[in-house]
Design a protein around this ligand. Sequence first.
Ligand SMILES: Cc1cc2nc3c(=O)[nH]c(=O)nc-3n(C[C@H](O)[C@H](O)[C@H](O)COP(=O)(O)O)c2cc1C
Ligand SMILES: CC(C)CC(=O)C(=O)O
Length: 371
Amino acid sequence: MDYANVRSLEEAARAVLDPVHYDYFAGGAQDEITVAANEAAFARIGLVPRILRGAARPRLGTTVLGAEMSMPVMLSPTAFHKLAHPEAERATARAAAAAGVTMISAMLSTVAIEDIAAEARKAAPGGAEPSLWFQLYVQPDLGFTEAIVRRAEAAGCRALVVTVDSPALGRHERNDRNDFHDLPPGMRCENLRELPGEGLRDLGGRDSGHVRQVVLSPEISWDHIAWLRQISDLPIVLKGVLHPRDARLAVENGVDALLVSNHGGRQLDTTPATIDRLPIIAEAVQGQVPLLLDGGVRRGTDVIKALALGATATAIGRPAVWGLAAAGEAGVARVLDLLRNELDNALTLCGCASPQDVTAELLTTMEGPHQ
Ligand SMILES: Cc1cc2nc3c(=O)[nH]c(=O)nc-3n(C[C@H](O)[C@H](O)[C@H](O)COP(=O)(O)O)c2cc1C
Ligand SMILES: CC(C)CC(=O)C(=O)O
């Protein structure tokens, strides 16, 4: 497979995807200012390498919340993989597990979490336990939410990633133009099927798993995080933190890690680039919890910039979907390979022996004059 970079996989994906589905994956909220900002902000940050450090070949591994990762790149949750490839999340899970990469599986996956976990186990090298985390949209019906959490726990997920930037769905004008609002016939959100509670009331519990049954509620609050903490022993990661006061509140509320994210520009448009928010969040939490970052990570150099600004690891959303659409499991594997090779190369060129070796002294702005 001769894809030279993530960009070429996006082009390949675009060539094979139904344009309506390509728009769903690629698009963002309203004017897509944040979608563009996430990538552009990385390009404005300069790297200044250190020389002659005799650092040898870098080791790329890291650990987050006890999960060993072969590199500081994870898969952010993305819904509806069956729109990209018939093997859907099964293929994504195999590629991630084979690469030693943590997959944050979306609550709105088109394959059930039990099946995703089984595929990951099959693919993990040497029978190792794959690193699988579960993304949750807390549903106002707590019985329904608890049933989903229990499924994720039983499937072997090792953390709950609670998405907190979605008290409502962002306004996706591409989806409106395409009249794309639910999955096509034959595809369902398999984790939402046959669960107890009010979540299924509108369809009498018989015809479940539709996207329109998912509730994105403005009533979700810190009380729900406290409740989750009570009902589950899994570490809790908040996904979608951008304000330093919320970062502090998260620490005070006993959250285990933060994922600095603007949902890839798909929720509130004109939120700033995540990489530009990271320093202020790092300042707020003072190392009390690990920070993760997603949004616009497309290159090994992007990963280094996030590490330098205080992230323990990064995560990718769209790139994995492009790999999946372009070539199934092999395509996702290729994306991860590209990022691994780029990160290895960039760390070496910066004179760093490991991700932990990366500090802010490597950074400057691309525009001069420099101090
Ligand atoms: C097609 C698509 C579906 C997504 N679905 C979810 C989801 O179900 N839950 C969630 O928390 N985030 C979701 N996200 C946001 C991603 O987890 C992530 O924050 C974002 O994609 C990162 O930006 P990037 O695509 O530039 O890497 C989705 C993003 C995309 C592109
Ligand atoms: C249907 C949406 C809630 C899934 C999502 O989070 C997204 O597409 O960004």
